[in-house]
Write a protein that binds this ligand. Structure first.
Ligand SMILES: Nc1nc2c(c(=O)[nH]1)N[C@H]1C(S)=C(S)[C@@H](COP(=O)(O)O)O[C@H]1N2
Ligand SMILES: [Mo]
Length: 259
């Protein structure tokens, strides 16, 4: 008998459509399974310890860490934030949020407490800080809440501070931490941003001593970061290779919070 069945006839249009549908359904099914698996893996992935990174799922943190690295390199020292002429600075400086400023506080008693990575502690007075060359900056201060304002600040450059007070070796560690006298507001900074040439320990605003609500006697002005990192009323400064406590990172904001 002739075996007609073995002759492969070309597929009819109808058959072709059926076949294509079957194949694409297959691809779709495999694709969705992979997507679902990926989603499950992300969803069920272990949380990071809810300290500095506020418990983001680990794979998301990994992605973020890569962007962090990119921005760190991007802002490495020579990259400067745009500055403006003094006349453009706001006369009525916006005041925002006062966590750590509400406890009893006597400016006359104030000293900066610096704790090195090895645990050694030193104290620095405001007079010692003001005696050093002053740096002024007029820049666009940006708050994550959605406002910005051109502001004029003056103080001691962080890198000059480190240099003058024999803290050069501390620039080799990864993080700087700042806290208010009552320890209620804390900021953690990566070292490259902390020693960026526009980062200053400010004691003047619009050419006059900083008012208490803006952080007297000493606050941080760090133009490469959002407002949240510009801690008002610094009392404690700590150096460490590990991430130091950060109020808003604990609340879920990016630890880096760079612009
Ligand atoms: N101690 C302390 N510093 C702080 C804050 C705060 O609540 N407490 N808020 C931050 C935020 S969110 C912003 S936008 C700026 C606002 O500074 P200003 O009040 O001088 O405008 O301070 C930052 N530093
Ligand atoms: Mo802010």
């Amino acid at each position: 008998m002739e075996n007609k069945k073995k002759i492969k006839l070309p597929l009819t249009v109808d058959q072709k459509i059926k076949r294509r549908n079957f194949i694409s359904f297959g691809i779709f099914a495999v694709g969705s399974a992979a997507a679902y698996k990926g989603w499950r893996a992300l969803y069920t992935s272990p949380d990071e310890v809810a300290s500095a990174t506020a418990g983001a799922h680990a794979p998301l943190r990994r992605a973020l860490n890569k962007t962090e690295l990119f921005f760190r390199n991007f802002f490495s020292n020579n990259h400067l934030v745009k500055t403006y002429p003094k006349e453009m600075a706001a006369k009525n400086v916006r005041q925002n949020s006062k966590i750590g400023l509400e406890s009893e506080f006597d400016v006359a008693d104030w000293k900066l407490e610096v704790k090195k990575a090895n645990g050694d502690i030193m104290y620095i007075t405001i007079e010692e800080i003001k005696a050093l060359p002053k740096t002024e900056i007029v820049f666009d201060f940006k708050c994550v809440e959605g406002w910005d304002q051109i502001q004029y600040w003056g103080g001691l450059k962080m890198i000059d501070f480190m240099d003058h007070f024999g803290l050069g070796d501390q620039t080799q560690v990864n993080y700087v931490g700042l806290m208010t006298p009552d320890k209620k507001y804390q900021v953690g900074l990566d070292m490259p941003s902390a020693v960026h040439p526009q980062t200053i320990l400010a004691y003047e605003m619009n050419g006059k001593p900083i008012p208490l609500n803006h952080g007297a006697p000493l606050r941080l002005i760090i133009p490469v970061k959002y407002g949240i990192k510009n801690l008002k009323r610094i009392r404690y400064m700590t150096f460490s290779n590990r991430r130091l406590p950060d109020y808003w990172a604990r609340e879920g904001y990016d630890y880096y919070s760079g612009l």
